[in-house]
Design a protein around this ligand. Structure first.
Ligand code: 1GP
Length: 246
């Protein structure tokens, strides 16, 4: 089944979906299968794979290993750069960093990646990527050389989300940044979900089941967690988090 259809069906079945982000630099391939199995036990709906830097692992091999362990859950590339493209995945978030004004991340990298994606016959999920200020500077902010949306300027965030929808993006990713001190504010998600019809992916700095639940109640369609799962390897925590999505 196409990943887009699978994601649509998740949203028809329940209020929100649960994505686990796996960063190859933080999860060595030797422990990948354990991490994936724990995610599946907790009810994850899809795995995202990628990172701001990629200095370890053969990406293709890593994605293949992830795919072999993910059962029927799709593996979706969440690329930090054009070198993070692999035909072993089910789909790729085809991102444009719409909150920034860096042409390389708005369209430059996409032009480089597009012919490769076509050759690999990889499904694309066109996604407007909006970075939101989250306390301390994040890797995504630093590496992309862009300024995040101010977290208290809700109207600016809403205008970006509307522009994303009018430009024809299929998803909006509201991103506080991996390991963010503060997740995307609930008020921002609420304001955006009121005016936008396309699904909202929300991630960065979500460290508890309550924080995830509040964001779903505000209108998030998919919640992404990464770092907290690397710190809290206790299965109970993951199971507790997974129950939010039932
Ligand atoms: C980052 O939204 C993801 O792109 C996940 O963030 O690692 O902080 O959970 P965390």
């Amino acid at each position: 089944m196409k990943t887009k259809l699978y994601l649509t069906q998740i949203l028809e079945r329940k209020q929100a979906g649960f994505f686990i982000l796996i960063d190859p630099d933080k999860t060595p391939i030797e422990i990948l299968s354990n991490r994936v199995e724990a995610g599946i036990r907790a009810g994850v709906d899809a795995f995202l794979v990628g990172g701001s830097l990629l200095h370890t692992a053969d990406f293709d091999n890593y994605v293949q290993e992830l795919k072999q362990n993910s059962l029927d859950r799709p593996v979706i590339i969440f690329p930090g750069d054009v070198n993070q493209v692999s035909g072993k995945a089910d789909a790729i978030l085809f991102l444009s960093l719409l909150s920034g004004r860096n042409p390389q991340h708005l369209i430059g990298s996409q032009v480089m990646a597009a012919p490769i994606i076509r050759r690999l016959q990889l499904e694309t999920l066109s996604t407007a990527y909006l970075l939101v200020e989250s306390g301390r500077p994040t890797s995504a902010e630093f590496i992309s050389g862009t300024r995040p949306l101010p977290r208290h300027k809700i109207d600016i965030a809403v205008a970006h989300a509307l522009a994303a929808q009018y430009l024809g993006f299929e998803y909006i990713y509201l991103e506080a940044g991996s390991g963010a001190e503060l997740p995307v504010p609930v008020e921002m998600i609420l304001a955006i979900s009121r005016v936008v019809d396309i699904p909202l992916i929300v991630g960065g700095g979500i460290k508890s089941a309550d924080e995830a639940a509040e964001r779903i109640a505000a209108g998030a369609s998919f919640i992404v967690t990464g770092n907290v799962l690397e710190q809290q390897t206790d299965d109970q925590f993951l199971l507790h988090l997974g129950r939010v999505f039932l």
